[in-house]
Design a protein around this ligand. Structure first.
Ligand SMILES: [Cu+2]
Length: 274
């Protein structure tokens, strides 16, 4: 029954999508679509809706409506893949360091450490993700791991053991879901960090996850560092499990936010002193 309702919802969305616009020039990028390529530009999800206010509805057949809808969805999915959705900006994550340090390797896709993308993560890699958000199938060290292309070991920030630190995250597309943080004390700086090195960090209020609201793009979290843990080389990891895909929940029901979700990760090199 829920599946039937969901399908009806999809059909309704088809009509809405059709009503809300049909096209735009992407190369060269038109003014309203610049945000799809440059996350600093104002977002306009209606950038295919510059249709002089619209024409009388009625001449378009269901068949062309459906085919147009499919085209729009495919275009959006492809663009989404290219544009990525978010990263940890403070402490600056490895792949974004070039934005504050001209000596760091440039990565215009620093908001796209999403485990290779939904299809790669779940259809090819069985849900697995690289430690720092790369495609799990990439050879180790993966690009965003210590000793990898962006893992140059430059410390972004130094903190005090046991303190509450401020983490700033930028989302370039909001997919609901939740953030969580973890810490790895890097024992051997000549090797990439491993998944089992990471220990979950609570937020300052004691909770383990930060639930993302629909309208948030610049998010500030207070994260609790463990007492007595110091390191010259630690890795702070941001993990974003999005929540906008439909799936089966642990109780067997189906809902948006249950089941497989697009996942994003950032790793930042930090130091912790006593
Ligand atoms: Cu997405």
């Amino acid at each position: 029954m829920k599946v039937v309702l969901f399908n009806l919802l999809l059909v309704a969305l088809c009509y809405l999508e059709e009503a809300s616009g049909h096209g735009m020039m992407l190369e060269p990028s038109n003014r309203a679509s610049l945000w799809r390529f440059d996350w600093k530009q104002p977002s306009n999800y209606n950038d295919m809706g510059y249709f002089c206010g619209g024409v009388k509805f009625g001449l378009v057949t269901i068949a062309t409506m459906v085919s147009k809808f499919v085209t729009v969805v495919l275009a959006l999915v492809c663009l989404q893949k290219v544009s990525g959705h978010g990263m940890l900006m403070d402490p600056t994550n490895r792949a974004s360091r070039w934005r504050v340090d001209p000596k760091a390797p440039i990565n215009y896709d620093d908001n796209a450490f999403f485990c290779g993308g939904f299809a790669v993560q779940y259809e090819q890699n069985g849900g697995k993700c690289g430690v720092c958000g790369d495609n799990y199938a990439d050879p180790v060290p993966r690009s965003n791991e210590n000793t990898g292309k962006f893992g140059n070991g430059v410390i972004s920030k130094t903190y005090t053991a046991g303190s509450i630190i401020t983490a700033n995250v930028t989302l370039t597309a909001n997919h609901l879901g939740s953030f969580s943080y973890s810490l790895c004390v890097l024992k051997d700086p000549t090797k990439p960090e491993t998944e089992d090195c990471f220990v979950d960090l609570p937020l300052a209020d004691g909770s383990s996850k930060y639930p993302v609201s629909a309208d948030e793009y610049e998010i500030v979290n207070q994260v609790q560092l463990p007492a007595g843990v110091t390191c010259d080389r630690c890795v702070l990891r941001w993990h974003y499990k999005s929540g906008n895909s439909w799936g089966i929940c642990t109780d067997g029901t189906q809902r948006m936010g249950c089941g497989a979700q697009e996942t994003f990760r950032s790793c930042a090199d930090i130091a912790i002193v006593a």
